[in-house]
Design a protein around this ligand. Structure first.
Ligand code: DER
Length: 234
């Protein structure tokens, strides 16, 4: 099975949790895309109705509009029944790294407003500890003096051998999020001592908007692997 087929399997399994009448957080990324497509298909087939979608990015908003999924926002729906979204890393405690797609702020706002947050991943996302994949831990920062903020972040994780990099778009310009901010990527060489302490310390830096560690937020993680699907509940 290809990675994308595994993503689709996880996504379709998650959509089995969707009931008519629900207000749904619609995730962002290539795994969540399958879930949103599936929701659109079930609506079209009349197997689901009265669904309201709360998108976690402009990209997902456009996808949902093209599928005819009725949309609203957090101002109108401050409490959401269920969110389905992917992740870049999942640790054994169901803590996540998200945001490599650059949508972490709206994802964290939407998923923080949900009664249930079902995370969908293929098995390649499983890590022993956050930051362990060697890929970036994204932090959304204001563009104003981003280097100043990036240095504060680097210094925070200096004994984890942290390297920081500004995320660029395909034209080599700074990537700009849906909210007009930049993403500073942290590359950590060793496990973070205390995740909550690190999370609080990052958020105390004035130029930081939000970071990509989603601690204690996923209620269920669906993992699609070569040997089948596992459903991990908090
Ligand atoms: O950017 C994000 O938060 C995405 O959800 C990401 O974490 C997972 O993206 P993928 O499903 O394309 O791997």
């Amino acid at each position: 099975l290809t990675q994308d087929e595994l993503k689709k399997i996880a996504a379709y399994k998650a959509v089995e949790f969707v009931k008519s009448g629900m207000v749904l957080g619609l995730g962002t990324g290539s795994t969540a895309k399958h879930a949103v497509d599936r929701i659109g298909e079930l609506l079209r087939q009349g197997k689901l109705n009265n669904i309201i979608g709360i998108p976690t990015s402009k990209k997902t908003q456009e996808q949902a509009i093209s599928l005819g999924i009725p949309l609203s926002d957090l101002d109108s729906h401050p409490t959401i029944d269920l969110a389905i979204d992917g992740a870049d890393e999942v640790d054994p405690h169901l803590n996540l790294v998200k945001g490599r797609g650059g949508s972490l702020l709206r994802e964290k706002m939407v998923e923080g407003a949900c009664k249930k947050f079902v995370c969908i991943v293929d098995e390649s996302k499983l890590v022993k500890y956050l930051g362990g994949s060697g890929f970036a831990l994204p932090v959304e920062v204001v563009p104003f003096c981003w280097k100043f903020t990036a240095d504060k972040l680097k210094n925070l994780f200096r004994d984890s051998g942290c390297v920081v990099k500004l995320r660029n778009d395909c034209k080599g310009q700074p990537f700009v999020t849906d909210n007009g901010n930049y993403i500073v990527e942290l590359y950590l060489k060793k496990e973070i001592g205390g995740l909550q302490v690190a999370s609080d310390a990052i958020l105390r830096i004035a130029g930081v908007v939000e970071h990509g560690m989603f601690l204690d937020m996923a209620t269920t993680v669906i993992v699609a692997g070569e040997l089948g699907i596992t459903i991990n509940k908090k």
